[in-house]
Design a protein around this ligand. Structure first.
Ligand SMILES: CC(C)(COP(=O)(O)OP(=O)(O)OC[C@H]1O[C@@H](n2cnc3c(N)ncnc32)[C@H](O)[C@@H]1OP(=O)(O)O)[C@@H](O)C(=O)NCCC(=O)NCCS
Length: 147
């Protein structure tokens, strides 16, 4: 069956966190996801046949949305799922009638950079020392996708 989006709910958080902690060097905490849910961000699970393949979080702003998190479970990576989930999230953004999607990404995250470039994102700016990193701080590349 084709994977589909559904709303992420609090009962998903154990599964979400087990993916999050495995695939991110600097994972979100349960509190980060709870804040996103409380703030009415668009929190979506991507699943097929009851299996969670991944999830994504969008923060709507006035005329743009920020993609705050997109993750695919380790065993489902490199099978086109990230691209498919990102396409779905771009469609969610289009339905919100915004002009563009913005995100920040670590320059060391080659998988995410490849994913975003392939989907049509381009680099806008660099935020110096934006992220905590093992040896101090790491820059963020700001990317945008015009819708
Ligand atoms: C980034 C991520 C979502 C990609 O998901 P995925 O399902 O593996 O991606 P896809 O199979 O759809 O690949 C899409 C493109 O991404 C790039 N890519 C994906 N994994 C890659 C890797 N390990 N190395 C280099 N490029 C990679 C490639 O450009 C790929 O296109 P190609 O297959 O034509 O080469 C996944 O690696 C992930 O969950 N990473 C951890 C979480 C994360 O860093 N999220 C982004 C920041 S919040």
């Amino acid at each position: 069956m084709k994977p589909a989006l559904r709303d992420l709910v609090i009962a998903d958080l154990d599964n979400v966190l087990s993916i999050e902690q495995r695939v991110h060097a600097h994972p979100w905490t349960r509190g980060n996801f709870l804040d996103a849910l409380k703030s009415d961000y668009v929190c979506q699970v991507y699943e097929a046949q009851g299996k969670m393949l991944g999830y994504a979080v969008l923060m709507p702003a006035v005329d743009e949305v920020h993609l705050l998190n997109i993750s695919i479970g380790a065993e489902y990576q490199r099978q086109g799922m990230g691209s498919a989930l990102l396409d779905e999230m771009l469609n969610v953004a289009r339905d919100l009638n915004v002009q563009r999607v913005i995100l920040e990404v670590r320059p060391s995250n080659m998988a995410a950079l490849g994913l975003y470039r392939k989907a049509g994102f381009s680099e806008l700016a660099v935020r110096r020392g934006y992220y905590p990193a093992a040896n101090g701080r790491e820059d963020a590349i700001v990317m945008e996708c015009r819708l």
